[in-house]
Write a protein that binds this ligand. Structure first.
Ligand code: URA
Ligand code: SF4
Length: 209
């Protein structure tokens, strides 16, 4: 497979010692096939001394073009929840489990496709570097893909949600839903209920950091 030599070349590289250096290194990453059809690597954003890291799944269409995480429709739901809880996004570090947009072309549109286990594992190299450099008090996993990347095992949102989980050296994890899940709900009543539950998880974030 063409993938293995790339992965080995990357993992034998010196580990970046700053977020800026990691972002630059990740912009050339070819450790899984997702780099090729995507526009660019969408690395995390936020201060290196952030007390909290939010982890999404992967960039969407708009994020792929802008090069910034959570700026499209899911980002709006995320921003609203942060605003409601009184969390200043500029003090948080926001990233994704997978740093290239995976999609299927449909006419002129690009439809989100779920990253597979191999892609999530390959990209954990970058997430682990972000974690090591930032050493936050809390890592918030938005959705199941982020939760499996953060916890290193598969969990269901229903079982893992809203409880603080001890990770390593003073870092805890909190699992909640992905904002896109709320957008996909068919009726307004369920959407409102899920928005409130999401906002409550963000209030727990504020209490924890
Ligand atoms: N969904 C994600 O998981 N991450 C983004 O950055 C945007 C949408
Ligand atoms: Fe590298 Fe992650 Fe992009 Fe795959 S998705 S090429 S591992 S940065």
């Amino acid at each position: 497979m063409a993938r293995e030599p790339d992965l080995m070349a990357r993992t034998s590289d010196a580990r970046p010692t700053s977020i800026a250096a990691a972002r630059e290194a990740a912009s050339h990453c070819r450790a899984c096939p997702l780099w090729e059809p995507a526009t660019q690597t969408v690395f995390g954003r936020g201060p290196e001394d952030a007390p909290v890291i939010f982890v999404g799944e992967q960039p969407g269409d708009q994020e792929d073009i802008a090069g910034e995480p959570f700026i499209g429709p899911a980002g709006k739901v995320f921003d609203a929840a942060l605003g409601e809880a009184g969390i200043d996004r500029s003090r948080a570090y926001v990233t994704n489990a997978v740093k290239h947009f995976k999609f299927a072309p449909r006419g002129k549109r690009r439809i989100h496709a779920k990253p597979n286990g191999g892609e999530v594992r390959a990209c954990r190299w970058w997430l682990d570097i972000e974690r090591e450099l930032i050493r936050p008090k809390l890592i918030v996993a938005l959705g199941a893909t982020a939760a499996s990347a953060v916890l290193g095992k598969t969990v269901t949102i229903r079982d893992a949600r809203s409880t603080l989980i001890d990770l390593d050296e003073g870092t805890r994890a909190l699992v909640t839903v992905h904002p896109s899940y709320i957008l996909r709900l068919p009726d307004k009543v369920t959407q409102d209920r899920e928005r409130r539950a999401f906002h409550a998880d963000m209030a727990l974030v504020l209490q924890t950091v």
